[in-house]
Design a protein around this ligand. Structure first.
Ligand code: RIB
Length: 320
């Protein structure tokens, strides 16, 4: 069966939940929890729990964090292909507030060791993938190798350009078939490619023609899905018919949720979208995005990152 190959990070998340986020210089008291995370791993778990076969390419330290990644990947039936690094497994410090918002600092650790040679050597894991999905918590050369392998193997090359402060050069963008920024990442990409200055807080309120034009300038040959949090997302295609859609641009509303924690909601969306595209290739793209939106909304109703990814119930994938 065609699978999803995710190339990216694994982190041990250290999470402090407080009524609000701390201000600079301030000390707050909150509840502490730890668990698995990293944008790559979260997306791999989401794709798996959304029903796809998944291979996950990453770099891990020889420590408790690395062992946790191996154990959890095995428990979820994910094929793990890990470069063994001397650096400690990646970490993230996360503050979350009563509204489910968060601030994150990552310590890349072993994630920084993932390289193009390792990715290229995992030809077996990448061969036969329907979708190769990467993010930007891994070195650019590893991401480039992943996207190049997607193209060579006839898979969809999908990039979630997160976090927003990671550089994306023109060659990396050109290697993508589908790019899925949130508002901050979209604004950062626009500023870096073409110089357009857009306030991230103003992205959702732009009219559809303006948003579509910005997406087309950013990725003339492919599709862009701008995720807009509670406002859902905006889809822009170069070739709507090739994606099974009638419209080149449209919005998809978010599903209402009883939000507990938004950490990893973007990862839930990306993993679920990749899974849907791999498993149900004949479906209109709009239906795949609606599925991913529902999945992402459900992920916010539990605390944590990877552990909050919901498991599908019978019929969930077919509901529309
Ligand atoms: O997207 C959420 C993730 O960002 C967290 O799990 C954390 O590890 C950071 O990578």
């Amino acid at each position: 069966m065609p699978h999803v190959a995710v190339v990216g990070s694994f982190n041990v998340d250290h999470v402090w939940r407080a009524p609000r986020l701390p201000r600079p210089g301030e000390t707050l008291s909150g509840e502490y929890a730890t668990g698995p995370g990293g944008k790559g791993f979260n997306q791999a778990i989401a794709a798996r729990r959304a029903g796809a076969e998944v291979r996950f390419l990453c770099a891990l330290g020889d420590d408790a964090g690395g062992a946790l990644a191996r154990e959890l990947a095995a428990a979820d039936g994910i094929g793990l292909h890990a470069l063994a690094s001397h650096a400690p497994t990646g970490t993230a410090g996360i503050y979350t507030d009563a509204e489910g918002r968060n601030s994150i600092v990552i310590g890349p650790g072993a994630n920084a060791a993932l390289d193009a040679a390792f990715v290229a050597a995992q030809a077996q894991a990448l061969a036969g993938a329907a979708v190769v999905l990467a993010q930007l918590e891994s070195p650019p050369e590893a991401v480039r190798a992943a996207l190049a392998a997607a193209r060579e193997g006839g898979a969809l090359a999908m990039l979630n350009p997160a976090p927003a402060n990671a550089p994306v050069d023109a060659a990396l963008l050109a290697a993508c078939d589908l790019v899925t920024p949130n508002e901050s990442e979209f604004a950062a990409l626009l500023a870096a490619h073409g110089g357009e200055r857009v306030d991230p807080d103003a992205v959702a309120a732009l009219d559809d023609d303006a948003l579509h034009a910005l997406c087309r300038a950013l990725l003339p040959h492919g599709s862009v899905v701008v995720t807009l949090g509670a406002a859902g997302c905006f889809v822009s295609h170069a070739d709507p018919a090739a994606c099974g859609d009638g419209d080149a641009r449209y919005r998809v509303p978010a599903r209402p949720a009883r939000v507990v924690d938004t950490t990893g909601a973007g990862d839930a969306f990306n993993g679920a979208l990749a899974a849907a595209l791999a498993q149900r290739p004949g479906r209109p793209f709009a239906a795949q995005v609606r599925f991913a939106n529902r999945y992402a909304a459900a992920s916010t109703e539990a605390a944590g990152a990877a552990v909050a990814m919901p498991r599908l119930r019978p019929g969930d994938a077919d509901a529309d």
